[in-house]
Ligand binder design. Structure first.
Ligand SMILES: [Fe+2]
Length: 392
């Protein structure tokens, strides 16, 4: 639960794990990558095929392949939501290529794929999740995000789709954390507007959920509030394709995920993973569908953390009581979402009652439940899902 800055509380220790460097490199991804791999002997590039097919994406890859001193292996074998078999295939490819450096260029599925395959030789939880037992050293990992939402480039987490269940399995390890991050907003220029919107709403949710988390503190809230402001201000212009706004969203997305290993998230993300596993929905789209219903279900029990966001959105028109301010905040977010080109991605497929109960029960096992700002029970999550279905 939130505390006032002057309220006495137990000392909090924030263990920070971040990439050793984040390079902001507008229009310079190829030059920076070549500098980062100048001592590499063998480099494996894992790239989203949609990015490899763009003019700028192919020019970056081509420049690295042609100018690198290292031998370069390229893989475009990437699937949405990172299915387990896809991870196994990349592990097999890496066994042949034996890279000392892995470069991952793409959205969350691409980055998580490279993170998991790269850590399989050193992280038992990855071996257990993927079903592969082996020992081999971890290569240096360079993450180059091409969306403005996942933030996977700055976290020690990766999520994989296990067909059993089906369920999304999350793994946490310092060995999953990329060593270097390269942020080049030109890589976002070819992203369709629906994916700009969906991935940015994912980043917005990371920051909103982090700021209302039961484990939020002054330190984490300060950064989260800046991220929320940056996304709200720039999202409409980024969706319209404005380069400067895309660049600011890319930075905000990376910043948002620097925060949340310290706070946990809420029922929005707890539900998004099983909903995505059952329906195949894009992660950002699932989050966009869940953000308002799941947040409204929390506001009744704990309006305070949501009400605090009123000052960020705009203080002039916000009502006075916590309950009213919290509702007003969610209305502002609803207006923002209503204007986004999300319809093609956010259609929730029909779900059976059994699937709804399964998604809710899976969500109750999520690591994001303890950090939810209010009490949670499976019936409450089933009601959130029912609201999502009624909004179709
Ligand atoms: Fe997310």
């Amino acid at each position: 639960m939130s505390r006032s800055p002057t309220e006495p509380c137990e000392p909090r220790i924030h263990r920070l794990r971040t990439p050793s460097s984040v390079v902001e490199a507008p229009a310079a991804a190829a030059a920076i990558l070549l500098r980062l791999i100048e001592n590499s002997r063998s480099c494996l590039i894992v790239v989203d095929p949609a990015v490899a097919a763009t003019g700028y994406g192919s020019s970056v890859i081509g420049a690295v392949r042609n100018a690198a001193a290292a031998s370069v292996t390229l893989s475009v074998d990437v699937e949405e939501n990172t299915p387990r078999d896809c991870v196994r295939r990349l592990i097999d490819l890496a066994s042949v290529a034996e890279p000392d450096t892995v470069i991952a260029i793409g959205g969350g599925s691409t980055l998580d794929l490279a993170k998991l395959a790269n850590a399989v030789g050193t992280v038992p939880q990855v071996q257990e999740a993927v079903g592969v037992v082996m020992r081999r050293p971890r290569a240096s990992l360079i993450a180059v995000p091409t969306t403005c939402g996942t933030g996977s480039e700055t976290t020690p987490f990766a999520v994989m789709l296990d067909p059993a269940g089906p369920r999304k399995r999350g793994v946490e390890s310092g060995d999953l954390l990329p060593d270097q991050v390269v942020l080049d907003p030109l890589l976002l220029r070819s992203l369709p507007s629906a994916y700009v919107a969906a991935t940015a709403v994912d980043a917005l949710a990371h920051a909103v959920e982090s700021s209302v988390s039961r484990f939020a503190s002054g330190l984490t809230r300060c950064s989260a509030h800046g991220v929320i402001r940056e996304i709200v201000l720039n999202l409409p212009r980024a969706v319209a394709g404005e380069s400067a706004a895309l660049a600011r969203l890319q930075t905000a997305a990376a910043s948002a995920r620097l925060l949340y290993p310290r706070t946990g998230l809420t029922t929005v993300h707890a539900l998004s993973h099983p909903l995505g596993a059952v329906t195949g929905m894009h992660h950002g789209a699932a989050v966009a569908v869940l953000l308002l219903p799941a947040s409204r279900a929390n506001v009744g029990a704990c309006p305070g953390p949501f009400a605090a966001l009123a000052e960020i959105l705009t203080s002039a028109r916000a009502p006075q009581t916590d309950q009213d301010r919290a509702g007003w905040v969610l209305d502002q977010l609803a207006d923002l979402l209503a204007d986004l080109p999300l319809r093609t991605l956010t259609a929730v497929p029909e779900l059976t009652g059994e699937q709804v109960r399964y998604i809710a029960s899976e969500a109750m096992t999520s690591s994001n439940i303890p950090s939810n700002p209010g009490p949670v029970h499976a019936g409450m999550l089933e009601e959130v899902l029912a609201e999502c279905l009624s909004n179709r």
